[in-house]
Ligand binder design. Structure first.
Ligand code: C5P
Length: 309
């Protein structure tokens, strides 16, 4: 990379699935204590940030397969990330953000959070800030619970709100088939639903699943499939009962594990290899219960600069 100041930086950032998502009781701040195991997977958004003329302000444009329904105003998490970066590091506020989306919108795969993580890294490069990982994490955790993980990617355990991230050892490559829904689910609505379903119950503090972590360490995909768990799944299925049918089709076709991803409604099927993935994708498409099916693998690295110009 040259020493000259760049005009534009492009960052590629992955989506994620949660291999474990254990949700504790609602805390006084309105959030739930979590223990989650994240895996970054090979569905990527590309976020490009280029300098604009003085006075142009911050502008945002969206394109790509999954652009429908993505906000282009200040509610977009990339916009929020750029506002926090500008305020924290006193940056000029004249640049254009262009997001090419392949991560499903409101699908439980952290697409909006991924774009925020990419924005932090892109601005760090565009303005040659030289921020440390810790400094970028501090900005990321102000934006949302999944943003810090997507800076590093790979496999990691998230605690607290999900934003206290420790990387986890994982061997091997895991193959996923993803059943996408055309309408997203609101994350707060899913957390409200789990509170409703748990009303009057004693909810234990969550713990990391040692069987899952051991299976990841030994590249045992069968054991990983058995250990997949998501406490939000009953809430997502309650709000979207059709998800149960999709989960059933995956089990019938011999997936190693089936899970709603994060707060849904994307359903993720772990399969043994690419061939089984292709077979399952065909079976899901022909079952008629799903709109779009895609495939991905993980773990993959988090946000990274792919172009500077
Ligand atoms: O942090 P994030 O923006 O992803 O959170 C969206 C919403 O999900 C929060 O406003 C909250 O309602 C819920 N949430 C929660 N506990 C968490 C993470 C998210 O209740 N640990």
């Amino acid at each position: 990379m040259s020493n000259s100041v760049p005009n534009a930086v492009v960052v590629r950032v992955p989506g994620k699935v949660n291999l474990q998502l254990s949700v504790g009781p609602k805390e006084s701040d309105g959030f739930h204590g979590l223990v989650t195991v994240f895996q970054a997977i090979s569905l990527f958004d590309d976020v490009s940030i280029s300098r604009s003329d003085i006075g142009a302000g911050i502008t945002l444009a969206i394109s790509g397969d999954q652009s429908y329904g993505v906000p282009t105003d200040e509610t977009n998490l990339a916009f929020k990330a750029s506002e926090i970066m500008c305020a924290t590091y006193d940056l000029p506020t004249d640049f254009r953000i262009e997001i090419k989306k392949a991560i499903p919108v409101a699908g439980g795969m952290a697409g909006g959070s991924a774009d925020a993580a990419a924005t932090i890294l892109a601005l760090d490069h565009l303005f040659a800030l030289g921020l440390s990982r810790d400094e970028m994490h501090a900005v990321a955790s102000k934006i949302g619970s999944d943003v810090p993980f997507l800076l590093g990617g790979g496999t990691a355990v998230g605690r607290g709100r999900g934003d206290e991230v420790t990387s986890a050892l994982s061997r091997g490559t895991y193959h996923w088939v993803l059943a996408l829904s055309s309408n997203g689910l609101s994350t707060p609505a899913v957390y409200n639903e789990i509170d409703r379903l748990r009303d009057g119950m004693d909810v234990a503090q969550p713990h990391a699943n040692e069987h899952l972590l051991q299976a990841l360490l030994t590249a045992d995909a069968v054991a990983v499939g058995k250990a997949l768990s998501n406490d939000l799944q009953p809430a997502t299925c309650s709000l979207r009962p059709a998800l149960r049918l999709i989960l059933d089709v995956g089990s019938e076709y011999g997936a190693l594990g089936c899970i709603v991803s994060g707060s849904g409604p994307t359903v993720a099927f772990l399969v043994a290899d690419e061939e089984q993935g292709l077979d399952l994708a065909v079976a899901l498409t022909s079952s008629g219960v799903i709109g779009t099916v895609t495939r991905a693998s993980g773990p993959v690295p988090g946000a990274r600069v792919i172009e500077v110009r």
